[in-house]
Design a protein around this ligand. Sequence first.
Ligand SMILES: *[C@@H]1O[C@H](CO)[C@@H](O)[C@H](O)[C@H]1NC(C)=O
Ligand SMILES: *[C@@H]1O[C@H](CO)[C@@H](O)[C@H](O)[C@H]1NC(C)=O
Ligand SMILES: *[C@@H]1O[C@H](CO)[C@@H](O)[C@H](O)[C@H]1NC(C)=O
Length: 385
Amino acid sequence: MAKAKNNSRSCSCALFFGFIVVVVSLSSSFVRGDGEVDGVDLTKGASFIFGDSLVDAGNNNYLPTLSRANIKPNGIDFKATGGTPTGRYTNGRTIGDIIGEELGQPDYAVPFLAPNSTGKAVLYGVNYASGGGGVLNATGRIFVNRLSMDIQVDYFNITRKQIDKLLGASKAKDYLGKKSIFSVTIGANDFLNNYMLPVLSIGARISETPDAFIDDMISHLRNQLTRLYQLDARKFVIGNVGPIGCIPYQKTINQLDQDQCVDLPNKLAKQYNNRLKGLLTELNQNLPGSTFVYANVYDLVMELITNYNKYGFTTASRACCGNGGQFAGIIPCGPTSSMCDDRSKHVFWDPYHPSEAANLLLAKQLLDGEKKYVSPMNLRQLRDL
Ligand SMILES: *[C@@H]1O[C@H](CO)[C@@H](O)[C@H](O)[C@H]1NC(C)=O
Ligand SMILES: *[C@@H]1O[C@H](CO)[C@@H](O)[C@H](O)[C@H]1NC(C)=O
Ligand SMILES: *[C@@H]1O[C@H](CO)[C@@H](O)[C@H](O)[C@H]1NC(C)=O
């Protein structure tokens, strides 16, 4: 995460932002009188969030599943509930929460399966993400239940109809195309809880090369993103798969040193990420009016892990909450886990997921960062398109 100060750049930024202010104040005069429905300010925009446990905000609380985070001490730093667990797989906010806040959205996107994801609440955005979910339907079977990406898109199709009812067809289409950001954070489980899982997928792993498995993922994702486009989504941000060979779980079960990572999962992630980048270029060209932003989570997390002390962390290998092995990386975080003294000094909250402190740094780069981390534009630029 480059933090170099560049004075000549900040001068041109000031000009650039001056220009944006003029454009925004012009365009808001067009929506005046049109910008509010039932007390919901439509000018603030919405987030529709798809993905896995990195961004699940409580959907799995409503599923019969082994993957749950609505147990203490998860959420201990989540201010909106005073530290009560919500189903988020971290100590505080997820990247999705932080980005929504920073883009000016008045409320967190409600989990689709929560009872209050009805009526005008859906106009602030909806969260479909599910711990254990993947691009492929078979991913996460070990957890018994989870929402895979096909189902998450089916659910958005339900929300889509509610938005038509609330706003009328033409305003709904406009709101989704111009004021809504569709984020997709998925793929890690397709490797961790499908392709690489020793028991459940041994057959698949023997019969399918990494190339063939990744081909399959890309063709499913192409279909899923195209379906969202058909439902009038236009502004997308797609996260790539992080360095899953560096999570405390992988480091612990492979008995690595603190500065080592497991090769195979990182290699698979990089191979997939390369294909994902190509897919987004293709979709940007083929789907008129769309913008697909590639979020390079892999390099961002790798930078945090490699230079953790530069960012104020004391460890990037040991989970804050967890048990087992040299990195507390085997038993998931729960009421009987040991917990670190200072949660803001750990990159990882639990054996799999970043802490809120890490999420804040990652979100900041996606919002305002440079092209090597978020391309062809960052999320503030995407919002203001
Ligand atoms: C939905 O309910 C949750 C849990 O009670 C609450 O935290 C959240 O603020 C509610 N969201 C909306 C938009 O009503
Ligand atoms: C995955 O599940 C969805 C929803 O149940 C279904 O529509 C889709 O056909 C399935 N895809 C595959 C490849 O089995
Ligand atoms: C959305 O649902 C309707 C049925 O209500 C179906 O005809 C349509 O194909 C679905 N669209 C997508 C993109 O899944």
